[in-house]
Design a protein around this ligand. Sequence first.
Ligand code: HSE
Length: 339
Amino acid sequence: MRILMSGYGTVGRGFAEVLEKRSKFLEERFGKENLPRIVCVMDSKTVARDPAGLDMKALEERKLRTGKVGDESYSDSVAVIDSVGFDLLVEVSPTDIKDGGAGLRNIRRALERGKDVITVNKGPLALCFGELIDLAVENECKLKFEGSVGGAMPIINLCHNNLAGENIRSIKGIFNGTCNYILSKMDNGQPFEQALKEAQQRGYAETDPTNDIEGFDAAAKVTILANSVFHRNVTIRDVRITGISSITPDAIALAASRNMVIRLIGEVSETKLEVSPRLVPKGHPLAIGGTINTAMIDADLAGPITVYGRGAGRIETASAILGDLLSVMDDRIGKKHSK
Ligand code: HSE
């Protein structure tokens, strides 16, 4: 399985590390000849390639030393994709929720070439979900995106696989760790700006934290759920969005006096698509603190199901990519063993 990885930031590095950590497991499951190997990596300006598989330790050292993954510069990532022999694109470049950016062009091109794609890039999915799924179907390839919503928290494949026979009535949840961190710090009297700075230092906030605070990041995630779980045909522009920038310490104190907290809640159903700050009773599953994400699924047969997990992080998000990789490889190659 030859992998082309577009993007070499936090998640890309994490994925390379996870592949290394699980190399024995992957060999046992698929055989040495089918071990996934990364044959090409693009960062924002340069590309490294080796059809035999890149030495990812050397690549990481080089990136740390020079700021580049390779000597070869490029200006058009699609031209790079066209020039590489690969089976699977792992698209982990920085997200662009305005027009999808390079991530959208990369995913489109890979699918047009009949290549499977795994991505955690929210922008392309929140803007062009229908088009990308149609492309995947047309070209008989897979498009997997578990890590795009809730990072390590299982939600998309859970709904698609374990809950496939359910009529899922709604999903409500906390889909932005940065906002949750800020709101829960404000519960303890910390000022907004200081809490935001801490969330940025912990590597949770988006490059432009406006996307977190104004609710756009959570909106991208509910859009992905609306399309993939509820089979709707919506974009991020259809979400009713209110962020947390206008939440004052007074509002938090008033909520606390009624034994409530304020949380940024995303809600999606067949008719609803919303992200807004809401009052949540203390002790309720949605009243969690810190950067954890959570989702409450209301399914007609199973009843309510709640999942929690780390919504971001290098290794955590890479674990979702690994899950998608196993699913693609199980289908394409088949397990050698029953593990
Ligand atoms: N900025 C996002 C968050 C990262 O705070 O949850 C994961 O999408």
